[in-house]
Design a protein around this ligand. Structure first.
Ligand code: DX5
Ligand code: ZN
Length: 218
């Protein structure tokens, strides 16, 4: 059985009191922080100063997901800010191998994300440069969207490729993860699950995290 991690997304939390919202997910493995620049995606969230402050007050590791252009330039700053992992989009990077190396050199785990329609195959040779692959299961930009089943075959292909490397590379899915869809994503080979609305949209987010983790481990 694979070890499964649940990383709640604070995109669905109350942005007026993020410190309190972190305590509400104390059962999580990490906190997923969505950085959006209103260019790579049509939405705007938070940037480096807030991530730096979150890192200071959080007991959980920060799993930073950068949905920004010019990520080769801005990405390493998030690693320097103390993020445990920094995810950049392949579509936004001109030099993904260099960026992955820069992130690791700055002390973070290096992670690369793909939009739902971006294939994994052109990136297979760079898997050893990565600590995690994030497969988006919605178009990035907003919480609360429906899980795209069309990504399931890519999750399977990526799992096979990761297993083929023999390296401990995590496979994260993000978008539309619920108590129902997590079963399909886990079965296809994902082992790290981002969940926004299905955690923060419940009465007790800490319990929702445990429920999702138990389902994923089945
Ligand atoms: C969307 C973000 C996700 C989002 C997921 O672009 O990357 O992390 O918060 O939200 P849910 O779980 O509600 O789909
Ligand atoms: Zn995300």
């Amino acid at each position: 059985m694979r070890t499964c991690q649940i990383n709640p997304s604070i995109l669905s939390a109350d942005f007026t009191n993020l410190e309190r919202e972190l305590h509400r997910i104390h059962t999580a493995d990490a906190v997923h922080v969505d950085v959006m620049d209103n260019h790579f995606v049509p939405n705007l969230t938070i940037g480096l100063p807030v991530v730096q402050r979150l890192n200071e007050v959080s007991d959980l590791p920060l799993d930073v997901h950068l949905m920004i252009n010019d990520v080769d330039r801005w990405g390493p700053g998030y690693a320097q800010a103390g993020a445990a992992s920094v995810t950049f989009h392949a579509e936004a990077s001109a030099a993904p191998v260099k960026l992955a190396r820069d992130l690791r050199a700055a002390g973070a785990r290096a992670s690369m994300a793909l939009r739902p329609a971006t294939p994994i195959e052109p990136y297979l040779d760079m898997l050893p440069e990565l600590d995690m692959v994030l497969l988006m299961t919605v178009e990035p930009g907003f919480g609360g969207q429906a899980f795209l089943d069309l990504v399931l075959p890519k999750i399977r292909r990526t799992r096979r490729a990761i297993d083929g490397t023999g390296l401990p590379i995590a496979l994260q899915v993000d978008g539309g993860v619920t108590r129902e869809t997590i079963l399909r994503a886990a079965e296809a080979g994902a082992d790290v699950f981002v969940a926004g609305s299905s955690v923060y949209g419940t009465e007790d987010p800490a319990v929702a995290v445990d429920t999702l983790r138990n389902l994923a481990a089945q």
